[in-house]
Write a protein that binds this ligand. Structure first.
Ligand SMILES: [Zn+2]
Length: 314
């Protein structure tokens, strides 16, 4: 399927950085740990980026939501430093922040993992919209892809290449009659994300649940937070929100993971059975090659600017 929203609404344009107008919070359950956790989103200064703090830990040094701070990509994207607090399952909130064009925010968390909510990004979009958004006195920084970068795993790949806007082309394959092969091409706009992607939920297979539990994963999973699929049916109440909800969620995860680049991307992403691990490897490969990207404040303009955000993180 190809989703092409009204692009006149989503033309990448220069503009100011944005943060939340007011603090806001929620309480929920971690998908993998099963622990109750509270989450607060707070306004943050221009050029500070998205940062996470574990307020239940003695070490309250903020951790940047940056690809080079990702320490684990098993079933989710986890941030953390060696020996320091870790923050797991950031990708759905990161997708909501990308969709709401929030450049700077402080995320305070009372546990090791973000709440899963309903398994989608919609509750986080709702929270951000309730908090309100304000513009700041610094220009927004975009990461423009200048040449193709590809990473591969066994029968999977992820690629970024130049394009006029942020385009996502995802394909997934599961040897399961309800999923099989699904693909989606989505041109990112905030409104398009909110309408077509934000509500797509994470999914899991009933027959894998015991195996996940034995590995200490999925302990907070329920029919309210995950699309659970048995061998021939969707077990969750109400069925699917979209016939291709599975690949839409893959697009959601991709947008969230790629927002750890430190800003919105101008380029085309192509993922074939890709996941959190390849997404992170792709960003590391991209930023390892200084000729593959540049930071711009006016998409389409020639003049590059210094990557202040990344310098501030380092
Ligand atoms: Zn996800």
């Amino acid at each position: 399927m190809v989703l092409t929203p009204d692009l006149s609404l989503g033309e990448p344009a220069g503009g100011a950085q944005r943060t939340l107008r007011n603090p806001i919070g929620c309480v929920g359950t971690g998908l993998h740990t099963g622990a109750k956790v509270s989450l607060s989103l707070r306004p943050a200064a221009a050029d500070s980026g998205v940062r996470f703090v574990r307020y239940d830990q003695p070490d309250r040094t903020p951790v940047a939501a940056c690809y080079d701070q990702v320490c684990d990509t098993t079933m989710c994207t986890k941030l953390g430093r060696q020996g320091g607090p870790t923050i797991a399952t950031i990708e759905h909130l990161m997708a909501a922040l990308a969709a709401c064009e929030i450049d700077n925010a402080l995320v305070e968390l009372g546990g090791p993992e973000l709440p899963i909510m309903d398994g989608s990004a919609q509750p986080f979009v709702f929270l951000i919209e309730c908090a309100g958004v304000v513009e700041q006195d610094r220009p927004r920084r975009w990461i423009e892809i200048l040449k193709p970068v590809t990473v591969c795993g066994q029968d999977k790949s992820a690629r970024l290449e130049p394009a006029a806007r942020f385009e996502i082309d995802c394909a997934i394959h599961f040897d399961h009659p309800l999923i099989d092969h699904q693909s989606l091409q989505f041109t990112f706009t905030p409104d398009g994300f909110k309408a077509e992607i934000a509500r797509a939920r994470t999914f899991g297979f009933a027959e894998r649940i015991e195996e996940l539990w034995s590995r200490g994963l999925g302990l907070g999973g329920s029919l309210k937070s995950t699309v659970v699929v048995s061998h021939d049916q969707v077990l969750s109440d109400g069925g699917l929100r979209f016939p291709d909800e599975f690949v839409r969620h893959k697009v959601l995860d991709t947008i969230g993971d790629l927002y750890t680049a430190g800003g919105p991307i101008i380029g085309r992403f192509t993922g074939r059975r890709a996941g959190h691990t390849l997404h992170n490897q792709l960003l590391r490969a991209l930023f390892a090659d200084p000729r593959a990207w540049r930071v711009v404040t006016e998409p389409g303009m020639a003049e590059p600017v210094a990557p202040v955000r990344r310098a501030a993180i380092a």
